[in-house]
Design a binder for this molecule. Structure first.
Ligand SMILES: Nc1ncnc2c1ncn2[C@@H]1O[C@H](COP(=O)(O)OP(=O)(O)O)[C@@H](O)[C@H]1O
Ligand SMILES: N[C@@H](CCC(=O)OP(=O)(O)O)C(=O)O
Length: 406
């Protein structure tokens, strides 16, 4: 058993080394031939800064860091680029001002901290940007601002108006009013949503870590940085651990989720260290810093909306045959593959499709209500009419309304 264990560790180490050699050497050489880091055409950037980069663990703001980032953003703005800043930190700054020794646990206390902290945060940005003659405008968003078409267009119009007036939108989640059902929950996702909303050319996630590593470098000293990712597959996902500080939310998982959303919107994401010297300018100049997530297949607007904006109203649990049919044979979801229904939804709502191992394998728009799917699950398509008294569709979710690889 012991020998098998040692052998397994050696194989894992060898695999890591091969991956890292490939990433560090071959991909960088390839980068040089194919200018993957050529951001010279970039006109609009969404920059997200995490709490861990703006606040010390005590909850006191890191003023030097904030000033340094603002100077770089103001400079890009002066160069004529459109900059949108997604900033975390309201809860962190707020809990300190309220006299808590650490981030509170209860939702009302976090909301109170956000209410106090958001004002302080905005005041600091206003002050720092004003030193460079740059105006800022606050925008606070919830998930409904992306899932509701009217609100989506409203938010977009406001952002375009601000950019047109050469104002930098400073964006955060509206934590004071967001309850579970309407919250995005983390600003990495928010930044990716904003990048899609304004059709940005680049998403830059600045954190207390300088890139994606093979595992969490704060707990694994052997972790190695990955300079480029072209597909966020299960191996990459397995590398992501939780937050690295008491003020961060989500850790690497939410950054990968954000990068995947951006990839599906056709735009690159760079994850880099907020504390590195001149980091924003260096990323935009195409230097090999941090991890770049390169876009692959661009989903059309409808599928992007299903995957990332629509509120998920329920779950359809399916059997292995349905998993194979959806993932590998490009099929629609028929009643015969459905084993269980969760949630209350109507025809036209968005649902998650769950594999037998509990993984979400797809998201799509349903053609039948939860009650109806409950009655026809496991049945053949030809039985729908007899059971429901009507059959408007053969499929419970048509493949045109289905997004795989969420
Ligand atoms: N594979 C990984 N590579 C790099 N960092 C990781 C990884 N897994 C987990 N982390 C942790 O993610 C943290 C960054 O996420 P988070 O604390 O939420 O920061 P932010 O406040 O910038 O959003 C890092 O400090 C690190 O500890
Ligand atoms: N909206 C919250 C931050 C949520 C969040 O995602 O935090 P982080 O992981 O630090 O980017 C706040 O302003 O405190």
């Amino acid at each position: 058993m012991y020998t098998v264990g040692i052998l397994w560790i050696n194989i894992k180490t060898l695999c890591y080394n091969v991956i890292c050699f490939y990433n560090n050497h071959y991909l960088q050489v390839k980068d040089m031939q194919k200018p993957a880091r050529d951001f010279s055409e970039v006109k609009r950037i969404v920059v997200k800064v995490g709490s861990s980069s703006l606040i010390y663990d005590t909850g006191k703001p890191n003023l030097a860091r904030m000033e340094m980032l603002v100077r770089q953003l103001a400079d890009l703005h002066n160069r004529g680029l459109d900059i949108l800043l997604v900033t975390s930190g309201a809860i962190g700054v707020g809990f300190n001002r309220l006299g808590y020794s650490q981030k509170p646990k209860s939702i009302p206390e976090k909301q109170a901290a956000a209410a106090v902290g958001q004002g302080i945060l905005m005041h600091m940005y206003e002050k720092f940007f004003a030193e460079y003659g740059v105006m800022v405008g606050q925008i606070l968003l919830t998930r409904e601002d992306f899932s509701d078409r009217r609100r989506f267009l409203n938010a977009r119009n406001t952002m375009y108006a601000l950019l047109g007036l050469r104002v930098i939108p400073v964006i955060n989640e509206n934590d004071t009013v967001t309850v579970e059902e309407i919250k995005l929950g983390d600003n990495d996702t928010l930044a990716a949503q904003v990048a899609g909303l304004v059709d940005a050319d680049l998403l830059l996630l600045l954190s207390d870590i300088d890139g994606l590593y093979t595992s969490n470098p704060k707990t694994d000293p052997g972790a190695i940085i990955i300079p480029m990712v072209t597909e966020i597959n299960r191996e990459i996902e397995a590398m992501a651990g939780g937050a690295g500080s008491s003020v961060g939310t989500g850790g690497m998982s939410t950054k990968l989720h954000a990068a995947r959303m951006a990839m599906h919107s056709g735009l690159p994401t760079v994850l880099a260290g907020a504390g590195s010297e001149d980091i924003i300018r260096r990323v935009v100049a195409g230097e090999q810093v941090g991890t770049v997530f390169w876009p692959s297949v661009r989903l059309d607007n409808k599928k992007r909306w299903i995957a990332y904006c629509a509120a998920v109203q329920g779950k359809l649990h399916v059997d292995e045959g349905a998993v194979q049919a959806l993932l590998h044979r490009g099929k629609s979801l028929l009643p015969s593959g459905i084993t269980r229904v969760e949630g209350v939804f109507d025809m036209g709502n968005t649902v998650s499709v769950i594999a037998p191992d509990g993984r979400e394998i797809a998201r799509g728009i349903v053609n039948y209500s939860a009650g109806e799917v409950n009655l026809i699950k496991g049945l053949k398509t030809r039985d729908i009419q007899g059971v429901l008294g009507h059959k408007d569709y053969d499929e419970v979710v048509h493949r045109n309304n289905l997004v795989l690889d969420i």
